[in-house]
Design a protein around this ligand. Structure first.
Ligand SMILES: Nc1ncnc2c1ncn2[C@@H]1O[C@H](COP(=O)(O)OP(=O)(O)OP(=O)(O)O)[C@@H](O)[C@H]1O
Length: 299
């Protein structure tokens, strides 16, 4: 078997990736390339197959079928050199033990050929004041920050973040986004799963929506769902009290004509620009409704 890294390949390449757990197809034929230096957000509801996909890429799970390379190497056969080029923040928290934050980071830094400075990483995650505190005495959100610190201490080329900010308070999330942007500026490739659509919008160059183990849409975050999905919606009630809804690129024109026709303010008037969350929920609903033929929707 050839395990020589292919340096021409994208940072992550999947073709026909499948993972079967008995009768459940957790991942059901994913094709995707992620470029070097790209931040890619994987979105999808609970049980969609995000973690399974990421864990296959990390080498923690074996695939049932398909081709995968991560930094040019098949993760099923990645050695220590390959692992040292990855940073991994799993969904579950790291065992806390009795070590302090600083001790834990120093301990892990020794496993890598070119680790980051421990105190700089502690500052980057905003835990300077807890550096000498035992991890078992930290709050859930603070422990999660330690997980992120452990993921970046080895100066990874490719960073996997599985729901990294779950449990963060709003300020900590914003600080975390800043940290991720600085890693991106250094050229780090990042694959992130998240349930927070604003996080995907803030960080992702592109995002993919995974549903029932299939990618139902992939693209720049501001183009997910296509142009049609972003067309404003005007809602009102007509004279008979019936709810009306029209999608139009010229909502002001429509509202003006309604005011003229009704000779006054339309009842229950709303002009809505679909948010990323609306678009995501529409995609999830549409793909769910089309589930038996979902192959056609796979990007
Ligand atoms: N070890 C396992 N054995 C059997 N089934 C599994 C196993 N791990 C995951 N699954 C199933 O595979 C499917 C995908 O799970 P996965 O954890 O990848 O989803 P997810 O998108 O990461 O969800 P969440 O957002 O809840 O983390 C689910 O139906 C899950 O029940």
């Amino acid at each position: 078997m050839d395990t020589t890294p292919n340096r021409e390949a994208p940072a992550v390449r999947m073709r026909g990736l499948r993972k079967q757990y008995g009768a459940v197809a957790a991942v059901d034929g994913i094709d995707l390339d992620i470029s070097h230096g790209e931040t890619f957000a994987l979105l999808g509801p609970n049980g969609a197959g995000k973690s399974t996909t990421i864990e296959i890429l990390e080498g923690y799970r074996l695939r049932t079928a398909g081709e995968v390379t991560v930094l040019g190497v098949d993760p099923a056969h990645g050695g220590l050199d390959w692992k040292s080029r990855l940073g991994i923040v799993l969904q579950s928290e790291t065992e806390s033990g009795v070590m302090t934050v600083r001790e834990q980071l120093l301990h892990f830094a020794h496993f890598y050929p070119d680790p980051r400075d421990v105190d700089e990483v502690i500052a980057a995650i905003g835990l300077e004041h807890k550096a000498r505190t035992r991890i078992s005495k930290l709050s859930g959100g603070q422990r999660r920050r330690v997980d992120v610190a452990l993921g970046i201490i080895g100066r990874p080329e490719l960073l996997f973040l599985d729901e990294p900010t779950t449990g963060f308070d709003p300020e900590a999330r914003r600080e975390f986004w800043q940290l991720i942007r600085s890693l991106k500026d250094e050229g780090t490739t990042i694959l992130l799963t998240t349930h927070y659509l604003d996080e995907a919008a803030q960080l992702g160059d592109r995002a993919g929506i995974i549903l029932g183990g299939r990618l139902v849409d992939v693209g720049p975050v501001d183009r997910l769902g296509g142009a049609e999905a972003r067309v404003p919606i005007v809602r009102w009630r007509d004279r008979a009290g019936t709810a009306r809804e029209v999608r139009t690129e010229q909502p002001a024109e429509l509202v003006a004509s309604l005011v003229r026709d009704l000779d006054g303010e339309p009842a229950g008037l709303e002009v809505i620009r679909p948010s990323l969350e609306d678009i995501y929920l529409d995609l999830v609903r549409a793909a769910g409704a089309a589930a038996p033929d979902a192959e056609e929707a796979v990007a």
